[in-house]
Every structure is written in C-alpha cells, then in structure tokens.
Design a protein around this ligand. Structure first.
Ligand SMILES: N[C@@H](CCC(=O)N[C@@H](CS)C(=O)NCC(=O)O)C(=O)O
Length: 198
C-alpha cells in the first residue's frame, strides 16, 4: 500500500495531491515535523537528509517530492496527468517540475537555513525568488495551466510552490496577475483542497 509521510504545509502536499487526482487508495502517515524528530535514527532511516516528505510502497522507500510524483504517475497513472515520454510536451512538463523546486524555491530555501540571515542574504534570496516567480507568471500568459489547456504533473509541482510563496506574501496581485489567477484556479480542484487540508 502506498504510504505518504506527511506534515501539513510541507511538500508532502505534492504526492498526496497526485494520489488524490488519480483517485488512489493510499495511507497518510502523520510525521512530527520537529527538528528533534527528524534527526532521530527512526526518521533518518526513511529520509536520510532528515526532511519531509517520504513515501513507501512495498519495498520501495523514496525521498524527494518530485520523484514521488513521478513514481505515482509511472506506477499508477495509466498515462494520466503527463504527456507521453519522449515528446516535446513531456520535456516541457519536466522542465516546469524541476523549475518549481530547483529554481523557484531554492533561493528562499537557502536563506531559511540561516537562523539569523544577514539582510543582504534575505534581499538577494527575495530578488531571485521574485525573478523566478516572474518567469512563471510570463509563461502563464494566455494559459490555464503550465502546458496550456491540460492540467499536468507540472501544475502539481508548481501549485505547491506558488501556494508556499503566496503564504510568504511573495505573490503580488499586480505584478503576478497570471500566477495569482492560476493558483486560484488550482485551488478549485478537489484533490488540491484535500492535500492542503490533509
Ligand atoms: N527537494 C526536497 C526538499 C525537501 C524539503 O526541504 N522539505 C522541507 C519541508 S517542505 C523540510 O523537510 N525542511 C526541513 C529541513 O530542511 O531541515 C523535496 O522536494 O522533497
């Protein structure tokens, strides 16, 4: 049975959302998100870097939320939520999946590692985050979803990132009109609501 280790507000929203979109039966295992618990041998045996989320399915144990979304779709998706492998559309889907994590969230993630970050570090991280949000906002011009009319895995990855940045008040209704409308559109999806409220 697919089990997703979860703490509210964390990236475990992504694999839960993917599983809900597919209508899968799965188990949510609540995790104490404290640094103390995440440093225990019990948790490090599941997630060696001490982070969330994690996923198990039979003998398989996974960390990295993007890999979990990929696995869920490969194993259970039956072709849903992603263009076929080897197509240009699939490459673009993967591009936005990676961008959502590796480029969009990275600057703030690095700044958050410091307990008392210098102002210059915070300013640089915010500038890079805003620049990346601008890239997403421009890409969304005239589109309902990252790839156009079809909702895909890229929207699951990006939707969590934008919801997180919105929570940090970094989405600007004037500067990021497309991104704000897109996030509102994603939030009408029952599967996203279920993941956000899990
Ligand atoms: N790239 C990883 C990032 C994992 C990550 O940073 N998770 C956060 C919660 S959303 C965490 O555990 N932070 C605690 C820490 O880094 O110590 C993924 O997508 O799974």
């Amino acid at each position: 049975m697919l089990r997703i280790y979860h703490a509210p507000g964390t990236r475990s929203v992504r694999p839960i959302w993917a599983a809900c979109e597919l209508g899968l039966q799965f188990e949510i295992a609540p995790v104490d998100f404290s640094a103390a618990y995440r440093d225990t041998p019990e948790w490090r045996a599941i997630s060696p870097a001490g982070k969330l989320p994690a996923l198990t399915d039979g003998e398989l144990t996974l960390f990295e939320s993007g890999a979990m979304v990929d696995y869920i779709l490969d194993r259970y998706g039956e072709g849903r939520l992603r263009p076929p492998a080897g197509t240009a559309a699939r490459a673009l889907c993967q591009q936005w999946c990676w961008f959502s994590e590796a480029t969009l969230l990275r600057p703030l993630g690095l700044a958050a590692l410091l307990r008392d970050p210098p102002e210059a570090v915070v300013a640089a991280a915010l500038a890079k985050a805003r620049e990346a949000i601008g890239v997403v906002d421009s890409a969304l011009a005239g589109r309902a979803y990252m790839l156009g009319d079809a909702f895909t895995a890229a929207d699951i990855m990006m939707g969590y990132s934008l919801a997180f940045l919105d929570h940090l008040k970094l989405l600007d209704g004037d500067a990021h009109r497309n991104g704000v409308a897109y996030l509102a559109r994603l939030k009408t999806r029952e599967a996203f609501q279920r993941a956000l409220n899990a």
